[in-house]
Design a protein around this ligand. Sequence first.
Ligand SMILES: Cc1cc2nc3c(=O)[nH]c(=O)nc-3n(C[C@H](O)[C@H](O)[C@H](O)COP(=O)(O)O)c2cc1C
Length: 223
Amino acid sequence: MKVSEALDSRFSCRAFKDTPVPRDTIIEILETAKRAPSGGNLQPWHVYVVGGEELAGFKKLIASKLPENPMGEGSEYNVYPPKLKEPYRSRRFKVGEDMYASIGVAREDKVGRLTQFARNFEFFGAPVALFFTIDRTMQEGQWADLGMFIQSIMLLAREHGLDTCPQEAWAIWYKTIGEFVNIPEEQMLFCGLGLGYRDPDAPINALRTDRAPLEEFVTFKGI
Ligand SMILES: Cc1cc2nc3c(=O)[nH]c(=O)nc-3n(C[C@H](O)[C@H](O)[C@H](O)COP(=O)(O)O)c2cc1C
């Protein structure tokens, strides 16, 4: 698979089949992804891979906590700036509307929206869950490095016929996740990621999100 094909075919998969992913495949993906660049070659990432009975137990644990605490435990960082300005605000709004429209959930259907949002906390049915953490002393540059590592994993997953969904939603369960996978105090959780095979029949997986045209974000000078 060409890199461009991996990029074009990656999307945030929000309905997975329960087909297991072989451990060797995950190792192969991670072995290649570790070639991702990082400033000063710090490689400032750590990833916890959870599957099988452990994942089933973890999902049960979250499900038992969700009803009384739908907003989780707060989060250790701002997933978005407190006041999201334009054009970012509109982009965020649009992708949300498009997503709910893809499954026929109307704007005023609060329960329908919450139910779909809660699917985050089942990893959308993915058989494998990854949690990414970073040392608390790391700065913006290293968070960017972590992002490159995660994107590498997502692209390599495509090469193996796998799909992914990066999930910052998990940030609100950082304490429970930390206790479950034993995240040391000096590390903080960035996000989770579901890994598995897409359910091709799930309407939500038909969503293809917009991107701004080049003129909106590219400045050429001298070329
Ligand atoms: C770091 C990160 C965190 C994300 N967190 C969530 C999430 O918690 N739940 C979710 O459904 N999608 C999440 N997404 C998916 C984005 O909504 C998605 O990438 C964006 O709308 C573009 O769509 P695409 O990935 O299908 O191209 C996240 C994406 C990234 C990169």
